[in-house]
Design a protein around this ligand. Sequence first.
Ligand code: ATP
Ligand code: AMO
Length: 429
Amino acid sequence: MRQPIRAVTPETESAEIVGWVHEVRDLGGLSFFLIRDRTGIIQVTIPKKKVPAEILDTARSVSRESVVRVQGTVKAIEKAPGGREIVPEELEIISTAESPLPLDVAEKVSAEMDTRLDSRFLDARKPRVRAIFFIRSAATCAATAFLASRGCINITTPKIVAAATEGGTELFPIAYFEKEAFLNQSPQLYKQMMMAAGFEAVFELGPIFRAEEHNTVRHLNEATSLDVEVSFADHNDVMELLEDLIVHVYETVAKDCADALEELGVDLNVPAKPFPRIPYAEAIEIANRTIEEKLAFGDDLSPAAERAIGDTVGQHYFIVDWPTDIRPYYAMPYPDRPEFCKAFDLMHPRMELSSGAQRIHDHDLLVERIRAKGLSPESFEFYLKTFRYGMPPHAGWGLGIERLVMTMLDLANIREAVLFPRDRHRLTP
Ligand code: ATP
Ligand code: AMO
């Protein structure tokens, strides 16, 4: 029975392992292999005079990244990785890798992002790359389990839709029989509709599609969003939920992913609660102290402004009290000063992680806001209808999973946090 490589210790007597040939070295009388599976790396040492001829023959013919099975005696040896090695009694090539490899898995030569993504299956064999996706998995599992523990119901909403949610731009049209259809930018309208359905608290982890034209290191055309919507809650309630979730995810990753973090050289600091709440007007002032292209009231925050504020605050923070005009139609204006709304962004010092708001639950006000944005209420009828038969007050947010992972692990490019990224130039693999 095969053993995970990590389970083979210096005290183990004999072992059978299956894995990929990470490295081959021939030193005259001795030849060494490193064999890798997802749990670790082990050295296989072949003293040429002491092993049977057929093992030597197989060893000579094996190429890097082939899948092999090794059965043999384990010896404690200080110089080897993990302090042990296997001297083989059996060596079998299960699947041969062609040479040369399109990508060097042992990372003797570093590759460009594009070369890596072209052979992502090989790239993902690197312990460093696997560590990122191990942590992404732990983070998303922790986040969804956390939301379930807070009473949120896991929902799945359509990705093929008839209308924009975030305002009409940045949509991918698709061929859908004789109708006009698009890939959904956000589950926004559907999660709100489930508030009218009386679900009270929902979450969805799923893809969102944005026809961003520019290639940046923090935008994807297909991203993953964790969306939440809660009834009888305001923006402050869901900001607290989001803050608790971020802290919980960081704590879980710190606790459960120590090896992966070490592989990445990341010393994870769990952010302290409560995150500062900075009103939009103050955020603009902070940014304008240092940035060259000054912002006026009503401008979106430029990437330079986000960095300037991030440098000043130095930790996760919220920007609150946004001008109503620059937020989507569904954000609830403050009743006493309707030029501001109950919307917020959760920021990491490097970039935006999440947007959210208390939503308008009054039908007529919503229609007015849709019109004010130059959109047509008719195309939102399926959504507006749910506001006419008992819609509770509600609030929610959407959190970009790739940005969460990217900022948590200090990755330079968002593509590092997606297995098969979609950008302007990439549709395969
Ligand atoms: P959201 O989608 O909630 O608006 P975001 O983090 O994607 O969040 P945006 O608000 O779209 O960011 O943009 C923030 C700033 O980043 C913009 O003011 C703009 O200067 C810059 N920006 C946004 N999209 C792009 C892009 N595709 N290419 C270059 N810069 C961009
Ligand atoms: P927003 O448009 O801000 O809000 O999206 C929410 C979060 O999703 C992530 N995100 C992206 N990540 C990578 N590439 C992209 N192109 C991209 N676009 C968005 C970001 C962003 O903060 N309906 C609202 C949410 C709500 O109010 O509940 C919405 O979609 O991390």
